[in-house]
Design a binder for this molecule. Structure first.
Ligand SMILES: C[S@@+](CC[C@H](N)C(=O)[O-])C[C@H]1O[C@@H](n2cnc3c(N)ncnc32)[C@H](O)[C@@H]1O
Length: 247
């Protein structure tokens, strides 16, 4: 049976470092793309138009992984729901939310590693955040509606991205904001070729979202995932901010 890579200990470790590691724990070389650090925070703080977010806003973080962006949303929102398909990711996120200090392995080379600890960011009210396992392509109606939806680097990991996009209009309140980031890395391993965009990923988003949403901004967001001390994934995600049209 095909193993979901996001259920493996290797990726739980990699994502705990990506989400909770300090900058110099991730990139300990003098050279390197420093502006790619801190992505799970930047994809929240540098994307939404915060001045127009209502007080006590409700936010949904789809594909939340081990939870860092959900905690960042909770600094500005009254309630945040983080959803991910990976049981291993959701249980790590929930342990951190509950105040656990979660040890993880940062690989150096071969099988050598150092042990680091992920903790909930300071000054975040854990009572505002909940995590649950769920499928972005089958989000339940009982979730209700949101002022903010954040889906970072999720789209091209879905077998049927269109099903997720079709669900979005009903999830957003009028004038609600949607942030999508995507590395546009379409792989058969996750998405059958017949469900890939025919042209650009942005064109695909416009085709499915324009009408119920107005495209407000498109911009680039680099990020850096450390595999081991000498190997990193440097990627430039395409970010887009969409506003739900008035009904
Ligand atoms: C590339 S990671 C991005 C994670 C996180 N948003 C970030 O930026 O670090 C993709 C995430 O989508 C989740 N995912 C994959 N398929 C999903 C689905 N059908 N529904 C919800 N989450 C899914 C994975 O478990 C993983 O956490």
């Amino acid at each position: 049976m095909k193993v979901n890579p996001y259920e493996t200990r290797k990726l739980v470790d990699e994502y705990l470092l990506f989400h909770y590691g300090a900058d110099d724990e991730i990139l300990s070389w003098e050279s390197g793309p420093r502006n790619a650090l801190g992505f799970p925070v930047r994809s929240v703080t540098e994307t939404f138009a915060w001045s127009s977010v209502p007080p006590g806003a409700r936010a949904l973080d789809v594909g939340c992984a081990v939870g860092r962006s959900s905690f960042e949303l909770a600094r500005h929102c009254g309630e945040v729901v983080g959803i991910d398909f990976s049981e291993a990711f959701v249980s790590a996120a929930e342990a951190i939310r509950a105040g656990e200090r979660l040890d993880y392995r940062r690989f150096e080379e071969a099988s050598t590693f150092s042990t680091l600890t992920a903790v909930r960011p300071e000054d975040v009210d854990p009572g505002r955040v909940s995590f649950q396992r769920g499928d972005a392509m089958e989000l339940e109606t009982s979730l209700g509606s949101f002022d903010l939806v954040h889906a970072a680097n999720l789209l091209c990991r879905l077998p049927e991205p269109e099903r997720f996009l079709r669900r979005l209009p009903a999830l957003l309140r009028p004038s609600g904001q949607l942030v999508l980031t995507t590395p546009c890395t379409w792989l058969e391993e996750f998405t059958p070729v017949s469900n890939w965009p025919e042209g650009s990923t942005l064109g695909f988003l416009k085709q499915h979202l324009e009408g119920p949403f107005v495209l407000r901004r498109v911009f680039d967001m680099p990020f850096l995932i450390r595999e081991h001390a000498r190997k990193f994934q440097w990627t430039v995600a395409q970010a887009s901010l969409w506003e739900r049209s008035a009904f």
